[in-house]
Write a protein that binds this ligand. Structure first.
Ligand SMILES: [Zn+2]
Length: 157
């Protein structure tokens, strides 16, 4: 997901980049291609990159424990600058480029923001209900003890 920025003229430039989930640094639970639409807005001292990206993930439903796939989408902005003053501090959305850096690789940004976009609660469908046999099991076991039991089991294995 590299973009050559040497000789980039001022104004907006649009790019489309894609790479396999593995190439973009995802583990095996992300499949297919990662697609990214990248807009670079170049001005005298900075480049503002606005990125929308998506990837398909394979998840386990939190309720019924069945496997399902869903696409994860993200949109984020990163500002790149060459200026280096005392008070400039890099953070996630603000990066300083070396003077001789003529290429920006968006893979790590795309990976990071897509990873953050994976919902905390994963449901195969919005109205998914816990199947009765699982429900019965959950009611009988205190979840804290259940965690301990799983932990002990993995230790044994
Ligand atoms: Zn489900």
């Amino acid at each position: 997901m590299k973009i050559n920025i040497s000789g980039l003229s001022e104004g907006a430039h649009q790019y489309e980049r894609s790479g396999s989930a593995g190439e973009v640094g995802f583990g095996p639970n992300f499949i297919g291609d990662v697609l990214a639409n990248i807009t670079l807005e170049k001005s005298t001292h900075q480049i503002v990159a606005t990125v929308t990206a998506s990837v398909k993930g394979v998840f386990i439903c939190d309720r019924c424990a069945s496997e399902f796939s869903d696409s994860v989408k993200t949109r984020f902005t990163v500002v790149f600058t060459w200026e280096q003053t005392e008070e400039t501090v890099e953070d996630d959305d603000f990066r300083i480029l070396r003077k001789d850096e003529n290429e920006i690789d968006f893979s790590s940004f795309v990976n990071e923001y897509l990873t953050l976009s994976v919902p905390l609660k994963l449901l195969c469908k919005n109205n998914c209900v816990i199947p009765e046999h699982i429900q019965a099991k959950q009611e009988s076991v205190d979840p804290r003890w259940e965690k301990l039991r799983i932990l002990k089991q993995t230790e044994k294995n």
